[in-house]
Each structure stands twice: as structure tokens, then as C-alpha cells.
Ligand binder design. Structure first.
Ligand code: SAH
Length: 218
């Protein structure tokens, strides 16, 4: 019988987890999710041998799977307990979607490029993950039908915080979005409070652009 996909590259995966720990990631639930989700199943076969480097990789259509440290940082900032409803903008490879499915109760994910959404869905299915709800469309508008969300993650850079996403946050919920130009951004955390919202600027980041109504022009 063929080795299940999750068992392959086990040594490389453990070395990546040690590297993430050395780079400051200490949340055990996040590290466990990295151990349970095989990143190599979410990258094209041509770069599979590099799947456990702490580096972004091309996934086709001009897009990239983010660096593992970036995904880990997002997830550590969110501090999910397993009870949350989460919205992800920019499914891309589906790797972070898979990590989220391990850490939250409900995961909704929007991707703009149909082919990527399809490939992500296939990779999620290969890993036995069937609970994620996916849609193709402009994620800068959010997904109002299932709002409010306890957490919203944007995996692409935006010139400003997309207003619909703040509106779709639950009170106490938080949004993570890289804000800046097309080349360089700062990760911004927006917390929705009873009184309004609180914004904090965090790490410097480099993401591909969010293309849409509340993002960059195509
Ligand atoms: N976390 C993903 C990030 C992929 S790159 C990963 O690591 O694989 C960002 C993704 O956002 C790309 O797939 C891009 O097509 C998508 N994207 C860009 N603008 C978007 C929009 N308005 N709505 C939904 N997805 C968008």
C-alpha cells in the first residue's frame, strides 16, 4: 500500500518545526498543526523537494505559497482555541487553510484565481480535510453570509484595511492584513471592540497584491 501523504518527508518536517521554534514560534498548538499538515502536498511537484525550507515557493499563476514562518506568525498572533469561525482571504496553495482547519471550528476561504482554488481543494482532500468551505471571488469584499468571524486573515497585500472585513468581524474578533505598497508591507492587526476598533502595526512583510475592490487594481 502507498504511504499516506502525511507520513512522507517526516524528518524534513520535524527539522522545519525546530527551525520555526528557533525563530521564536513557541505556541504548541501551532507547531503541532505544522507537524500534522504535509506542506509538500500543497506545492507543485517541481518544487516539492524544497517544501520544508522556511521559504516562499512559486505555486503558478504568478502566486506564491508564503514562507512557513509567516503562516506560523499569523497563527500564533490569532491564538485560536478551536472554537472560532475563521475567514481566510487568498486560499492560494491551501496550506494555511489546512493549518486553520486544525486550529479553528469553522474555516471559510476565498480565492480569486479559479485554478488555484481547485488545486487547493484537491490538496485538502488528499489530506483528508473536507470541513473547509471554499469560494472563488473577490475576498476584499469578505463573505457577509457567514459573518461575523472571530478571525479574518488576509494572505495578500492591500493598500488599506478593507472596510468590509472590519465590518464582518465579531466584537473581540481580529483581522490580520499586510498593509503597504505592492513590494513591502507591515502586518496590521485590527481588533474589533465594543467602542470601535484598535489597530496595531507588527512585522515587516512581503506579500503578493490583493487584487480587488478594496485592494489593488488588476
Ligand atoms: N496563504 C496562501 C497565500 C497565497 S498568495 C498560501 O500561502 O498559499 C495570495 C493569494 O491571494 C493568491 O493565490 C492570490 O490569487 C489571492 N488573491 C489576491 N487577491 C485576492 C482577492 N481579492 N480575493 C481572493 N484572493 C485573492
Amino acid at each position: 500500500m502507498a504511504t499516506p501523504v502525511v507520513r512522507q518527508f517526516g524528518g524534513a518536517r520535524r527539522r522545519l518545526i525546530e527551525e520555526l521554534q528557533a525563530k521564536g514560534i513557541s505556541d504548541l498548538a501551532v507547531l503541532r498543526a505544522f507537524d500534522e499538515v504535509p506542506r509538500h502536498a500543497f506545492v507543485p511537484s517541481g518544487v516539492r523537494h524544497r517544501a520544508y525550507e522556511d521559504a516562499p515557493l512559486p505555486i503558478g499563476h504568478g502566486q506564491t505559497i508564503s514562507q512557513p514562518w509567516v503562516h506560523a506568525r499569523y497563527l500564533e498572533l490569532l491564538g485560536l482555541t478551536g472554537r472560532e469561525r475563521v475567514l481566510e482571504i487568498g486560499t492560494g496553495s491551501g496550506f494555511q487553510t489546512a493549518l486553520l482547519s486544525r486550529l479553528a471550528a469553522q474555516v471559510f476561504s476565498i480565492e480569486r484565481i479559479p485554478a488555484l482554488a481547485q488545486e487547493a481543494q484537491a490538496a485538502l482532500a488528499e489530506c483528508g480535510i473536507t470541513s473547509v468551505v471554499q469560494r472563488v471571488g473577490d475576498g476584499s469584499l469578505g463573505w457577509p453570509e457567514f459573518a461575523p468571524y472571530d478571525a479574518i486573515l488576509v494572505g495578500a497585500a492591500s493598500p488599506e484595511v478593507p472596510r468590509p472585513l472590519v465590518e464582518q468581524l465579531a466584537i473581540g474578533g481580529q483581522l490580520l492584513v499586510p498593509i503597504g505598497g505592492r513590494e513591502e508591507q507591515v502586518l496590521v492587526r485590527v481588533r474589533r471592540t465594543e467602542a470601535g476598533q484598535e489597530r496595531t502595526s507588527l512585522d515587516a512583510m512581503r506579500f503578493v497584491p490583493l487584487i480587488g475592490t478594496h485592494g489593488f487594481e488588476d
